[in-house]
Design a protein around this ligand. Structure first.
Ligand code: FHN
Length: 445
């Protein structure tokens, strides 16, 4: 039966189809209410961690490059993060105002952070015999944080995957992709069955051995295990991560290390590092609080989520300076989170001066820079402001003429990174059409 199904998938995958996503019956696609709930969360923690932290080099990518393969593949024998504390990690996410957490259960180096019966290359064969994935899943439940799993498509360690080093050009003829996909399915079944992730963050879908029909098969398989699990757009064979739509499989788009384009139709999530490297690196440069908060506001202003990455240290602790930075973001969200969570982005394209989010009859204007005494918003015909005030602050003077709203900015804005002005409108702000970039440009002062 399975071979007939696989043959069917293979055959239809060669059909001239307008859109690959038609190959996933809409009856099994993640339903919109679940995706809307995901997008309401707005802010999540990404965690890249594994034995490679012992070398302080990049997870996966340094294998066979900065760290000899044999050295890299035996690091797990020294990996003993005795200061790992899942509750502490999840509390850091909670205190940062993050609503979901995504752990690299399996990255490109193939090491598994859970006690798998499929591969011995897992945490239980390190000196630190703790189910990291399970501990984080439990802690997330305890602190009401949605638990998510990162899972790599490519695996440079697995002999059945045809490429064995980063950017490898040699295809190993002894490899067997059918066996590899079977291993992948068995590992994913362990993860879904034992940890019930809210979302699966696939990655590494750009190398030649991976084909779209494998992605269709895996997506369909996962939906049989859990019809509600959210799956990102890195399960099909593509490298167009910032996009969704024809030819791209998955529930939402995943722009990386950059703020996604304003998009009111397709769900998207920017993933970004709080430092430079995904995995921990000694003395890596840490993003300023201004960059962190303005990135979150611009992503939300674009109608997206931010998956913000930390790299815990080899002993299991998160660097104090990363904990401090995250707490500072959480402090800002404690004051102004209503302008981020459960909002929609738009109607203006975020820019270096401001971004806007909206919910019900409220339009939130995130002011990043006080370029002058006034801030002029592009015309919104038929829209009338009934009241303008600083979120948790004083009223703001404003004028409006032919839909153009001019805000009188206070001499001193309350927050040097992002001061939020609330405009209470005569209508539902979420229904205002997106204002095109050109209209906005003409009004930059
Ligand atoms: O190769 C990975 C990289 O190591 C990291 O996991 C990022 C996070 O999204 N994704 C890939 C690069 O696009």
């Amino acid at each position: 039966m399975k071979s007939i199904f696989s043959l069917f998938i293979l055959l239809i995958s060669f059909l001239p189809s307008k859109s690959q996503d038609n190959l996933i019956p809409s009856s099994i696609k993640t339903n919109s209410s679940i995706l809307n709930d995901f997008m309401d969360q707005r802010f999540g923690m990404f965690i890249h961690w594994g034995p490679v932290t012992l070398r302080g080099t990049e997870i996966g990518w340094s294998r066979g490059v900065n760290v000899p393969i044999d050295d890299y593949d035996n690091l797990y024998k020294e990996f003993n993060p005795t200061l790992f504390n899942a509750d502490q990690w999840v509390k850091v996410a909670k205190d940062a105002g993050m609503k979901y957490l995504t752990i690299t259960a399996k990255h490109h180096d193939g090491f598994l952070l859970w006690p798998s019966s499929i591969s011995d290359y897992n945490i239980m064969n390190s000196p630190y015999k703790v189910d990291i994935v399970g501990a984080l899943a439990t802690a997330c439940k305890k602190y009401d944080i949605k638990f998510c799993i990162y899972f790599t498509v490519l695996d440079w360690h697995d002999p059945n995957y045809p490429i064995h080093i980063p950017d490898g050009k040699n295809i190993d003829s002894k490899a067997d992709m059918n066996k590899f996909v079977l291993t992948m399915k068995r590992e994913l079944k362990e993860l879904i069955t034992n940890y019930h992730p809210y979302m699966l963050w696939f990655d590494g879908n750009w190398e030649s051995p991976w084909k779209n029909e494998y992605g269709i098969d895996i997506y369909t398989y996962l939906k049989k295990l859990d019809p509600n699990v959210i799956i990102n757009n890195r399960i099909g064979a593509n490298s167009e991560h910032p996009k969704l739509g024809p030819g791209i499989l998955g529930d939402y788009a995943t722009p990386e290390q950059k703020i996604g384009e304003l998009n009111m139709n397709d769900p998207w999530e920017t993933c970004m590092t709080i430092c430079q490297q995904w995995a921990w690196k000694p003395n890596d440069s840490l993003k300023t609080l201004k960059v962190c908060i303005q990135t979150l506001a611009k992503v939300a202003g674009g109608n997206g989520n931010l998956l913000f990455n930390i790299g815990p240290m080899p002993d299991g602790r998160i660097e104090k300076r990363q904990v401090t930075r995250l707490k500072e973001i959480g402090d800002w969200l404690n004051l102004y989170g209503e302008s981020i969570y459960r909002t929609k982005g738009g109607p203006f394209q975020p820019n270096e001066i401001y971004a806007t989010t909206r919910r019900g009859n409220k339009l939130y204007v995130h002011v990043f820079e006080r370029k002058s005494d006034q801030l002029v918003l592009p015309a919104m015909p038929e829209i009338r402001v009934k009241k303008a005030f600083l979120l948790r602050g004083a009223n703001i003077d404003y004028k409006q003429s032919k839909g153009v709203i001019t805000l009188q900015l206070p001499r001193q804005l309350p927050d040097q990174n992002d001061s939020v002005i609330v405009l209470e409108l005569n209508t539902n702000a979420e229904n205002i059409p997106v204002v095109s970039q050109t209209k906005y440009n003409s009004l930059i002062i």
